[in-house]
Design a protein around this ligand. Structure first.
Ligand SMILES: Nc1nc2c(ncn2[C@@H]2O[C@H](COP(=O)(O)OP(=O)(O)OP(=O)(O)O)[C@@H](O)[C@H]2O)c(=O)[nH]1
Ligand SMILES: [Mg+2]
Length: 282
């Protein structure tokens, strides 16, 4: 079983992304890959969240005591072949509250015992993961700037988890081989123009988070978005458009399959900007 840890602070987009992945890969992609849920819990999680989004509502923020394991089998169906799909690997994810992540890797400890327990569980999950995807919602950085306290803390947590899992000299560094890791700029539809201006996801990281780019720019860096189309509701809030697709998550499973995504290897950030949909209220 390949364990993939997708981590990010509150509101970085974990829940929407995981539901979107399940939805996107219900049907085989161009290469025939799809995700078959291994249990009812996983299938129900995806169905409930996606149904809500189709009605123009985002899923609720994940509660502090809510930890949901999601298990899929990645399969490949050869188009037109009259034989069962080939099983590629099993993939498991964990959805959890960003608050737990903040407690596990942030600057302040938890006074709450159950939060502490959850944070330990998360650390163990991350420690045992084969692959790590760190979500950064750059919209907050672009909008509020690096002086914003929450932005600063989010970046500190990002550094802390990467140092821990990659074993950058920290005392509690992972005692085993470092997992494969990627930085994914989440909700990229909402700052697609900026990514285009900067030429690539790596370029936007270099511009807005130069210290993260300096230390971790050697990792795979790419952009993804769980919805490609949004609307404004009566109160002016951005909500998923009824006909949204989750195509903007294609790079994630590609990366998990071990393929190159976008222009990850181009140091000067050449052309391929893999952001699907870039308009609000369309
Ligand atoms: N435009 C756009 N907005 C998104 C996308 N994904 C998430 N959002 C927005 O970000 C909010 C938070 O997303 P969640 O998936 O709930 O975030 P989370 O990381 O699970 O947050 P916690 O459960 O609090 O840790 C959503 O309610 C949406 O407003 C996306 O792909 N595009
Ligand atoms: Mg959540």
């Amino acid at each position: 079983m390949k364990k993939v840890a997708i981590v990010g602070v509150e509101g970085s987009g974990k829940t929407v992304m995981l539901a979107g992945l399940g939805d996107l890969y219900t049907y085989p992609d161009d290469d025939g890959y799809f995700l078959a849920p291994k249990n009812f819990g996983t299938a129900a999680y995806v169905a409930e969240k996606i149904e809500r989004m189709r009605k123009g509502e985002w899923p609720s923020a994940t509660a502090g005591d809510e930890m949901q394991g999601l298990d899929w089998t990645l399969k490949r169906r050869e188009p037109g072949a009259r034989k069962p799909p080939e099983k590629v690997c099993e993939v498991s994810f964990l959805d959890f509250a960003g608050e737990v992540y903040r407690t596990a890797y942030g600057i302040s400890g938890a006074s709450d015992a159950s939060l502490k327990e959850q944070a330990e569980e998360l650390k163990q999950y991350v420690c045992g993961a084969d692959e790590l995807i760190v979500l950064i919602n750059l919209r907050d950085v672009i909008t509020n700037g690096l002086r914003d306290k929450r932005v600063q803390e989010a970046m500190w947590i990002t550094k802390s988890i990467l140092d821990t899992v990659l074993g950058n000299g920290a005392a509690d560094a992972a005692p085993r081989a470092a997992p494969r890791a990627a930085i994914v700029l989440s909700q990229a539809d909402s700052y697609a123009e900026t990514i285009k201006e900067c030429g690539s996801a790596r370029g936007v990281l270099e511009k807005y988070l130069p210290h993260v780019a300096n230390e971790y720019g050697w990792l795979d860096v790419f952009a993804a978005n769980a919805v490609d189309k949004t609307d404004l509701d009566d109160d002016g809030n951005v909500v998923p458009a009824k006909d949204f697709t989750t195509q903007g998550l294609l790079p994630i499973l590609k990366w998990i399959r071990g393929e190159k995504v976008g222009m990850c290897d181009v140091p000067d950030g050449g052309g391929d900007v893999t952001v699907v949909g870039d308009k609000k209220g369309t």
